[in-house]
Design a protein around this ligand. Structure first.
Ligand code: DX5
Ligand code: ZN
Length: 212
């Protein structure tokens, strides 16, 4: 299982010391973008993503929690994203948005909130490079893992193997040393935020997750 670190709860006042060492140890950097409309919170935007791009070569796995993701794809591509994932619950044409992301030569992902089923996105699965299963309600870091996400990752793995699909299975929310073993055999990568970023020794925690 690969690790994508969510930097939502990182100390941004000191990124050389907080961000750079973590970036060295993980596989992807997960950028949580919130618009105060799709979720009741605001995080950071493409100028911050672009600034962090100068500090690491690791792929950026950008997660748009936005009501109108289709209007901001180009900015997040220019800021240095390798994957852009948006929500199927957003106010956009899902197929057109997948095509738009891919038109920039990067990978496209779709994400589902806890109340959305895998069946609802089955028709898009042949066309995406990543499926992100939310294991918390999007909007805030540090929430409790919802076990209802486990079966969704299992189902996505079955569909992927049965049909020869190419997407990476990713999970986001409440991933730590206790919850990661519940999903590690189904997912290709997992997002972990506060468990890594708020630890005294982030490296040790990344190792715990990587060695499952
Ligand atoms: C939730 C975000 C996250 C999440 C990860 O809205 O999408 O990526 O906060 O952080 P932890 O691991 O603290 O749940
Ligand atoms: Zn996220």
């Amino acid at each position: 299982m690969k690790i994508s670190v969510s930097i939502l709860t990182l100390d941004f006042a000191n990124v050389e010391k907080t961000f750079v060492p973590i970036a060295k140890d993980v596989d992807y950097i997960h950028m949580d973008i919130m618009d105060a409309e799709f979720v009741p919170n605001i995080s950071f935007g493409y100028s911050v993503v672009g600034a962090l791009r100068k500090l690491t070569n690791k792929p950026f796995d950008t997660h748009l929690m936005m009501m109108h993701p289709q209007n901001y794809i180009e900015q997040f591509v220019k800021a240095g994203s390798q994957y852009i994932t948006f929500h199927v619950e957003a106010d956009c044409d899902v197929m057109e948005t997948i095509k738009l992301i891919k038109s920039f030569g990067i990978k496209a992902g779709i994400s589902i909130k806890p109340k959305t089923s895998v069946e609802e996105i089955e028709k898009y699965l042949p066309y995406v490079d990543m499926v992100l299963v939310m294991s918390v309600e999007p909007g805030f870091g540090g929430q409790k893992f919802m076990e209802s996400a486990i079966d969704k990752t299992k189902k996505l793995k079955e569909l992927k193997e049965k049909n020869g699909y190419n997407y990476l299975i990713n999970i986001d929310g409440g991933i730590n040393g206790n919850t990661a073993p519940l999903i590690s055999k189904y997912v290709d990568l997992a997002v972990s935020g506060s468990y890594i970023c708020n630890a005294d020794n982030p490296k040790e925690r990344i190792e715990v997750l990587k060695n499952l």
